[in-house]
Design a protein around this ligand. Sequence first.
Ligand SMILES: [Zn+2]
Length: 444
Amino acid sequence: MKEMSMDINNTEEIIAHIREKTGKEDEEVKQLIENKKERFSGLLTDAGAAFMVAKELKLDVNAAESVSENLKINQLEEGMNNVDVAGIVKQIFSPRTFEKEGKKGLLNNLIIADNSGEIRATVWNQDVKKLEELKVEKGSKLRLKNCYVSAYNEKPQINLGFNGEMIVNPSDLTEGFPKIETNEKKIAELREGLSSVDVKARVIRVYEESGFEKDGRKGKVRNFEIGDDTGKIRATAWNDLSEQVGKLDQGDPIKIENGYTKKGLKEEPELHLGWSARIVTAEDEGLPKIEELTDEKIEKKKIADLGEGDKFVEIEGRIIAVQPGKLFYEVCGKCGRKAKQLETGKVCENCGEIEKEDINLVIGVRVDDGSAQIDVAGFGNSAEKIIGLGKEEFKKKEKEEGIEKIFNELEKELVEKKIKTSGYVRKNTFSDQLEFVVKTVKFE
Ligand SMILES: [Zn+2]
């Protein structure tokens, strides 16, 4: 006998089904549905939540495959449900966090196309991670099953539903798609004024984050440097991407999609990663080794063998203590130099009176590798990496929770952790002891 197939958009029908099959009270079923909705940050319809509850109770609520329909992109209209759409990825944006009714969620927008047209598609929460895991990129073909159609800027937009499915490059999708032009450039080919460029490169250096305010809204920005076999370029990442760049390590192979170029400080082109850009992990192939890009041969050493003036050395050991301190110092927001406290107020030796104050993060940890111990100091981006927070995030947390709480949490997190760091050795003028200054850092 054929299983009962129900209207999966009819909440009442599903609830009735659950009651009948499980003997649960109406109240209890409704509570389960409410709990489910809460977990989805308000991004779930009543019917969707009911459907998931029924599935968890192992009830057969077949979303009747015959309901979903394969449609061409130009046939999609707002309000449609359970549609299957196939398209080629024309553009993929970066994941974005959002807040709805006080709950955080994640979304990722794409533009997909077939020969009939193109449409904006949105995937939500756990499906966002799938995009990355399945290596979806410009030119990938996608089949999105069980989508619903909403509207964005008065145009239809498809959304992958909670019971949806995403299939990447299915073998049967061969015809009916436009050709997607990729605009991949070597660094030496980058000139100012280009848009939608893709660049594959290796991360050479990541700088610390800065905050800014524009039109009353707060933003974050971070510079970094990348290189390929033709040259190096300075890059700038804004907002969510600044956070992502902060997590990159020196040497990481990456691909930047949809960047644009502008004239930089020294009249040279600079690569910008705006709201439509994206960074993905790339294959190592075809990229020069990091040593070739930095001209730095890094030598591994035991702590006991370190001497004053050692440069480009790497040590590996365990953190045995976090040095007490306030984790940041005041700087001039204009030039970044350390602020000097005078009786009359804070001044910058470069700009004079400080108009805009900012901070830099700093942290000291004691590292032991079995041969000896040394104090390891991180400033700016290195400190952000060790602390595990970007500067803007740190400021927010410091305001909300206070420095003591951050410090205690950090101590718990860091002590006994294995650390691998490259940098240089100098004598600390206060303690008269050797100190290791971090340039790159990795935890295991
Ligand atoms: Zn200054």
